[in-house]
Design a binder for this molecule. Structure first.
Ligand code: PLP
Length: 398
């Protein structure tokens, strides 16, 4: 049996998204900046896609959506715009968390190199940031709070509406990386007081290499890519209309069916969590309730996540031992250690990210194989032997 359970790394494109992409290649190939008919026909497709994306996240106007090459670029542009844009007003302090995606963390490091001060908040043990910590961190010179909507590794969902309201009351800009949340959780940028939001198409059954930044009118964006005047002068480069139109179709499909799709995926997730519960010295990472519908992140003490992953792959089960972007590194996940999971437990972690294509039969197959693979590796592990003989202490209770 083959089981694809790595949808947080990337998803397969939906049939409708693929069809739209091809339709655009065939019929809307003009440059939307061209004044001739072919260009103008393509411009109409682009306008429609922008409106769809705006509607799906509750934006007031379509012109608040700027298309980018993906979530990473949107994150970079949001942070750089807020920091460099507000620095002349004496605002040189930024707030984020230590469990963000590297698109945020590495941009923050770069801004630190430019003289900005960054506060990295640690979440509570369940992976959720305490709103009081956010409030305490805000200062007179804070330009921006950037906190992800939902975590890509352990799935915890942050109190976005509360953070948005807090930032609004303090006059601080609020950005959220919603790459994993869009089309999985209800989002309303106006009701939630979100000033900027990043999204990416390939996590929601759209194509790779395309995403968007929502920036509320009034928020000044600075260019990350210089050149032509595309995207209201804020993002140069010939516009990738097939990818954008395809992304809009995938997003609308996901949002239109969110309730029933996510109820189904949540059931699969809970079945998997229930099935792994009886493995001794193992734990679910991230809040059991306030978590992404498809995320199961589990630590198994005494084994290496990478070994488990490769062995499961031999059984046709594709999952992840950390975020896809860092899967080539053997350092324990910064997300798990950042929320206080002991390094030994973080090393033995697996992430299953489920979606609508998964079935109960597949979940039962995962449960069966994880049990046997964990037992097998523990049987071969000198580290496990030390735990069993009491030479080392367990870090996860039985
Ligand atoms: C939370 C989060 N932010 C940003 C990104 C980067 O998105 P993209 O691959 O579109 O650049 C990812 C991708 O893994 C992600 O999970």
């Amino acid at each position: 049996m083959r089981v694809y359970a790595d949808n947080a790394a990337t998803t397969y494109m939906s049939e409708a998204a693929k069809a739209k992409f091809i339709e655009c290649l065939d019929n809307y190939n003009g440059n939307p900046n061209s004044l001739h008919s072919d260009g103008q026909r393509t411009q109409e497709v682009l306008d429609e896609a922008r409106q769809t994306v705006a509607d799906c996240i509750g934006a007031a106007r379509a012109n608040e959506i700027y298309f980018t090459s993906g979530g990473s670029e949107a994150d970079n542009q949001a942070l750089i715009s807020a920091a460099r844009g507000l620095a002349p007003n004496g605002k040189k302090h930024l707030i984020t968390t230590n469990i963000e995606h590297h698109a945020i963390l590495h941009t923050m490091r770069k801004l630190e190199g430019e003289g900005f001060e960054v506060t990295y908040l640690a979440p509570q043990a369940n992976g959720i940031v305490d709103i009081k910590d956010v409030e305490d961190a805000i200062r007179e010179d804070t330009a921006l709070v950037s906190i992800m909507f939902a975590n890509n590794e352990m799935g915890a969902v942050q109190p976005i509406a509360e953070i948005g309201a807090l930032c609004k009351s303090k006059g601080v800009l609020f950005h959220t990386d919603a790459v994993q949340a869009v089309a999985h959780l209800p989002i309303d940028v106006q009701a939630m007081n979100i000033d900027m939001l990043s999204m990416s198409a390939h996590k929601i059954h759209g194509p790779k290499g395309i995403g968007a930044l929502y920036a509320r009118n009034g928020v000044r964006l600075l260019n990350v890519i210089e050149g032509g005047a595309q995207e209201r002068g804020k993002r140069a480069g010939t516009i990738n209309v097939p990818a954008i139109a395809s992304m809009a179709v995938a997003l609308k499909e996901g949002c239109d069916h969110m309730e029933e799709n996510m109820a189904y995926v949540r059931k699969l997730r809970d079945r998997l969590i229930e099935g792994l519960k009886d493995i001794p010295y193992s734990q679910l990472n991230g809040d059991p309730v306030k978590r992404l519908p498809g995320n199961v992140n589990y630590s198994f003490e005494g084994v290496e996540g990478e070994s488990l992953l490769l062995h499961l792959d031999m059984y046709g089960i594709e999952c992840s031992s950390g975020s896809a972007c860092t899967s080539e590194s053997l350092d324990p996940s910064h997300v798990l250690t950042g929320m206080g999971v002991p390094v030994e437990a973080a090393h033995g972690s697996l992430r299953f990210s489920l979606d609508i294509d998964n079935t109960e039969e597949q979940i039962d197959y995962i449960i069966e194989k994880v049990h046997s693979v964990v037992e097998r590796y523990r049987g071969m592990s000198p580290y496990w032997e030390d735990l069993e003989t009491g030479k080392r202490e367990h870090c996860i209770p039985e």
